[in-house]
Design a protein around this ligand. Structure first.
Ligand code: HPA
Length: 248
């Protein structure tokens, strides 16, 4: 079964016919909200709003372990994460969709493993390629039929937040090789890998990163918090297309 984890601006999916909600108890506490079992484009999917139904959870307060554990416990095998980002690389424009292939993790103090030697024995999982490469390929093939602007590679700098970055931090991330910046890819991606779930991300670009382009003088919160109606509509369109054409 496929799960969609929705990020900022995507606390619910228009067009998702809700079948039921399930509160899942986990050894790690509560997920961001009850899991929503629904029907999207004729296919059963599970939806989870990462920041909670009313967007009340800051990125560093999200219980990533509970979210991923809950999804696995109800039979999810694949996850598409929707996570809005700022663009670092000049060629990546606001409104584009990036399908990242790599992550650099700058977060700290988050519960970032199931294998911490307390609940489970220590285990060093392979994370060379943080996103599921075959699911990425399927998604890339599938979205090429759509007219939205997809960037089919990206290095996601995962920052701690909730504040936005300084211009110098963005310069540093760029030197490190990052092309986009967001706050939620980690530890979500690694926890999915630890539980053997296929995990990919589609990242709508909400803004230019701090100090870049239209954000040269600052980033307006209006721009960030309200992914434009159009971007949300396009994201849902992409998801419907994906579930219809691939029936995970
Ligand atoms: N920085 C961090 N996270 C973000 C940004 C950003 O510029 N835009 C959307 N999420």
């Amino acid at each position: 079964m496929l799960a969609i984890i929705g990020g900022s601006g995507l606390c619910n999916i228009k067009g998702l016919e809700i079948i039921r909600r399930e509160i899942v108890k986990t050894p790690y506490g509560q997920p961001s909200e009850p899991l929503i079992f629904g029907n999207l484009g004729g296919k059963e999917v599970i939806f989870l709003a990462r920041h909670g139904a009313n967007h009340t959870l800051a990125p560093h307060h999200i219980n990533y372990r509970a979210n991923i554990w809950a999804l696995q416990s109800v039979g999810v095998k694949s996850i598409i994460s929707i996570a809005s980002v700022g663009s670092i690389e000049k060629s990546i424009k606001v409104g584009d969709f990036v399908i990242p292939h790599q992550i650099i993790d700058y977060t700290y103090g988050r519960n970032n493993t199931f294998f911490d030697g307390i609940d489970n024995p220590v285990k060093h999982i392979d994370f060379t390629y943080p996103y599921d490469m075959s699911l990425r390929e399927i998604i890339i093939q599938s979205v090429q039929k759509l007219t939205y602007n997809f960037v089919t590679e990206g290095v996601y700098a995962a920052t701690q937040g909730p504040r936005l970055e300084t211009a110098a931090e963005i310069d540093r991330y760029e030197k490190d090789g990052a092309t986009i910046v967001g706050m939620t890819a980690m530890p979500e991606a690694v926890l999915a890998r630890e539980l053997n779930l296929s995990y990919v991300a589609i990242c709508p670009v909400a803004n230019h990163a701090a100090g870049r382009g239209e954000s040269a003088e600052g980033i307006s919160s209006a721009m960030l918090n309200h992914s434009s109606e159009q971007t949300i509509k396009n994201t849902i369109d992409i998801l419907v297309h994906l579930v219809k054409t691939h029936g995970y």
